[in-house]
Design a binder for this molecule. Structure first.
Ligand code: FAD
Ligand code: UDP
Length: 385
């Protein structure tokens, strides 16, 4: 009999498996229907021997010291600050839009205050910023919105930015200085030996058994267990009772070129007419040296594995109905990007899993003698996730 059956071996499931096994001393079976652990963060060496991310580029960044130190138990890190260029009107320019983006695109030599005026002259006044279009148009005006955001967003989501919650494009800031980093978080690193190695260490505990290529439906009535942690799509758990929640998918085209480098940075975005959204060249991320180079092209799609919850008001309403059902299941904890229908980054999922672990401990207190002391637990008490 397992104390816990954890469905999904991504960050949400693996963090909880590790916490429960090491801190509560309970037996965990973690399953995944894929042939590997790591969820969407899974990486592997391709045929050329180059470390690639199977499901597109994953860059770790967080402002939470607690989350960073928690993960540091399982990996060493490689300092890496992510930089992205966008191919716009035949040029490669920085995105997020900054001083160099505008100067290069329009052949200008503005300084920061000049760029502030440039934006102010073009920004549209919008009383209430509701949509992803509003966010950008109200900061930089329509022309830059159309060059950098309209096409990319249509491709990525299959819908116009004017129908998408403002939180989506708000992920990408606009700057008036020359800072060309994609993220400004305090901690920005790549796991030194990759994500899969990190997951292997996280899950290597005598109380954890891993079963791959296994769907929850196949084993839920066969393998005895007391409680469930579910990190798959919440609508699927409830047999789509209220209808399907939309999740956006991607098709990844991986290829290796017979030359050392392809592009100047790890990711080039293609917001204009190309059918793909971005191209990733992994050696920039990993620091690996190799005479060849491997890339991934991302083609958004409605079909395939669920990758992104789609932030739209009607989907939030539908999710709430599933959440109500979930609330009544005191034997099941729903965690992660798919089960809580939140467009979360890896660090947010880790934070959510650690917060869930705290709630599990409150709901199911262990006898004191069983509980292992933990410096991390003490930090979690004082650190806001
Ligand atoms: P997942 O990683 O999706 O894991 C869920 C697992 O559950 C899956 O492996 C799935 O196979 C399994 N599963 C589902 N249902 C079942 C079932 N019924 N039975 C058995 N197994 C099941 N975040 C960042 O911080 N930085 C980035 O740069 C970044 N880039 C990204 C790029 C792309 C293309 C995508 C799609 C995401 C990116 N993310 C990034 C987000 C990151 O992938 C997620 O935050 C994180 O992986 C979510 O972890 P999770 O455990 O919630 O879900
Ligand atoms: N986006 C865009 N153009 C870009 C980059 C981003 O229109 O060059 C929009 C797009 O809607 C995208 C969203 O901003 O889905 C969030 O971008 P992010 O890079 O955070 O996407 P993710 O890495 O999560 O796929």
């Amino acid at each position: 009999m397992f104390d816990w059956l954890i469905v999904g071996a991504g960050f949400a499931g693996s963090v909880l498996a590790e916490r429960i096994a090491s801190q509560r001393g309970e037996k965990v079976l973690i399953i995944d229907r894929r042939a590997h652990a790591g969820g969407n963060a899974y990486d592997r060496y391709d045929d050329a021997g180059i470390l690639i991310h199977q499901y597109g580029p994953h860059i770790f960044h967080t402002n939470s010291e607690m989350i960073f130190f928690y993960l540091s138990q399982f990996t060493k890190w490689r300092f890496y600050e992510h930089r992205v260029l966008a191919r716009v009107d035949g040029q490669l320019v920085p995105i997020p839009i900054n001083l160099d983006t505008v100067n290069r695109l329009y052949g200008l030599s503005l300084d920061s205050s000049g760029l502030e005026r440039f934006f102010a002259e073009r920004a549209e006044r919008i009383a209430e910023i509701r949509t992803s279009e509003d966010v950008v148009v109200s900061k930089v005006g329509r022309e830059l919105y159309e060059k950098f955001f309209r096409g990319y967003t249509r491709k990525q989501w299959g819908i116009d930015a004017s129908h998408l919650d403002r939180t989506v494009t708000a992920r990408v800031p606009v700057r008036t200085n020359r800072d060309d980093r994609y993220f400004t978080d305090v901690f920005q690193f790549m796991p030194k030996r990759g994500y899969t190695a990190l997951f292997e260490r996280m899950l290597s505990h005598p109380n954890i058994k891993i079963m791959l290529c296994t769907d929850y439906r196949e084993i839920r009535s066969v393998v005895p267990h007391r409680r469930v942690i579910f990190t798959g799509p919440i609508d699927e758990f409830f047999d789509f009772r209220f209808g399907k929640l939309p999740y956006r998918s991607l098709r990844f085209e991986h290829l290796t070129l017979d030359r050392a480098w392809h592009q100047p940075v790890a990711v080039v975005n293609h917001p204009q007419s190309e059918p793909f959204t971005r191209v990733t060249e992994y050696k920039h991320l990993t620091g690996q040296r190799h005479s060849r180079t491997s890339l991934t092209y991302e083609y958004p799609s409605d079909h395939g594995d669920p990758y992104y919850p789609v932030p739209q008001p009607q989907n939030a309403v539908l999710f709430k109905r599933y959440e109500e059902l979930a609330r009544k299941r005191s034997d099941v904890w729903f965690v992660g990007r798919l089960a809580t229908y939140r467009y979360y980054n890896m660090d947010q999922v880790v934070g959510q899993a650690l917060a869930t672990f705290k709630r599990i401990n409150e709901a199911l207190p262990l006898e004191l003698r069983k509980r292992a002391p933990s410096r991390l637990a003490a930090m979690a008490e004082v650190t806001q996730i």
